[in-house]
Each structure stands twice: as structure tokens, then as C-alpha cells.
Design a protein around this ligand. Structure first.
Ligand SMILES: Cc1cc2nc3c(=O)[nH]c(=O)nc-3n(C[C@H](O)[C@H](O)[C@H](O)COP(=O)(O)O)c2cc1C
Length: 175
């Protein structure tokens, strides 16, 4: 068996950003395991600042699609999981909560793909103007940063995997 046939590796290697979704809902069982996978992500110093907002309500998904200038697919997606960081007690000057949320988002996207769903990562982050439009919809308090959104559902488009490595971008032992 080729290494690429390994189910985890084929999930990783086949992942693409999918922005068209069927109307079929995501079951609570699948939704819940996606959340468990999010919580399984690594966390700097094991501080675990990540918290998640699950959005299944069509009106809220539509409002987010309107607010996020690059998130129009939310109007089609049956599910979104928003990765947030509780930063009130996070050490000043350390922003590893961004990486923590990024790791959680990637876990969600890969787990979704492993279960036959597709998705796309939508950046929100603290300094982008779209943040100010998205935050009131989510009702997050000031101490919470919204890092990104995973738009999820059964895909309605197929993309070729990237495949291969960029040899020029791999440095051996030193840059
Ligand atoms: C940090 C980050 C932010 C992203 N933000 C958006 C976004 O706001 N809207 C969007 O449609 N795609 C977004 N994407 C998806 C990228 O556009 C996508 O990964 C890239 O085009 C490569 O395509 P692929 O994911 O199919 O390999 C984001 C991806 C990352 C990693």
C-alpha cells in the first residue's frame, strides 16, 4: 500500500478550500466530533484559550455572509464553527492564541473532510475591518478575539489536490 493511501494522509493531501455547498444539513453527531477534534489541537503552554461558536441558524449564517467581505459562501453553508480566543488572562505580548486557533481550525477542516464534508477557512482576526462587522453578530465580549471561521457542509464542487512538494522551498539542514 502506498503511503498516500493511508486515510489520514489522503485526507490531508486531498484537502482544498471548498466554497460551494449542498443544502444538506450536518448531523449533530458529526458536528460534535468536529468540535472534539478542535479541542484536540495543540496549545502553546497548554493555555487552551480557544472557544468556539457553533452556528447553524440560517439567519445568522446569512448575516455573517453579508458582514464578511470574503465569506459569501456562508449563505450556502449549513454550518459554521467560529474559532475564538479568550485573551483576558493571556500574557501580554504573547499572541500564541492565534496559532492555537489556527491549529484548531485546521483540525476542524481536516476532520470534516475525513467525514465526507468540505469547508473553507475564513480569516477574521483583530485588525481587519471585517472584524468590527462580524463581532456584533456573534455577540462576543471585548475580552474575546475572533480568529477565524470554518464554513462547512457537503461540497458542491470538486477540486484537484495540490500534490507534490516545491523543492525550492525545502532547505536541508540550513536555509
Ligand atoms: C489564514 C487563512 C485565511 C483565509 N481566509 C479566507 C477568506 O477570508 N475567504 C476565503 O474564501 N478563503 C480564505 N482562505 C482560504 C484560502 O484562500 C485558500 O486556502 C487558498 O486559496 C488555497 O486554496 P486551497 O485551500 O484550496 O489549497 C483562508 C486561508 C487561510 C489559511
Amino acid at each position: 500500500m502506498s503511503l498516500k493511501e493511508n486515510p489520514v494522509l489522503s485526507t490531508i493531501l486531498g484537502r482544498r478550500s471548498i466554497r460551494k455547498f449542498q443544502s444538506q444539513a450536518v448531523s449533530p453527531e458529526v458536528r460534535d466530533i468536529l468540535l472534539e477534534c478542535a479541542f484536540a489541537a495543540p496549545s502553546a503552554h497548554n493555555r487552551r484559550p480557544c472557544a468556539f461558536i457553533v452556528i447553524e441558524d440560517r439567519a445568522t449564517l446569512n448575516a455573517l455572509a453579508e458582514a464578511h467581505d470574503s465569506g459569501k459562501m456562508l449563505a450556502q453553508a449549513p454550518l459554521a464553527i467560529v474559532a475564538c480566543a479568550e485573551t483576558a488572562n493571556y500574557p501580554q505580548g504573547d499572541r500564541a492564541w492565534v496559532e492555537d486557533c489556527a491549529a484548531a481550525l485546521e483540525n476542524i477542516l481536516l476532520a470534516a473532510r475525513a467525514l465526507g464534508l468540505e469547508g473553507v477557512w475564513l480569516k477574521v482576526m483583530d485588525r481587519h475591518p471585517r472584524n468590527e462587522l462580524v463581532r456584533p453578530i456573534l455577540g462576543v465580549p471585548d475580552s474575546v478575539q475572533v480568529v477565524g471561521i470554518a464554513a462547512l457542509g457537503f461540497g458542491d464542487e470538486v477540486k484537484e489536490p495540490h500534490g507534490g512538494v516545491v523543492k525550492e522551498k525545502i532547505h536541508w539542514e540550513k536555509w
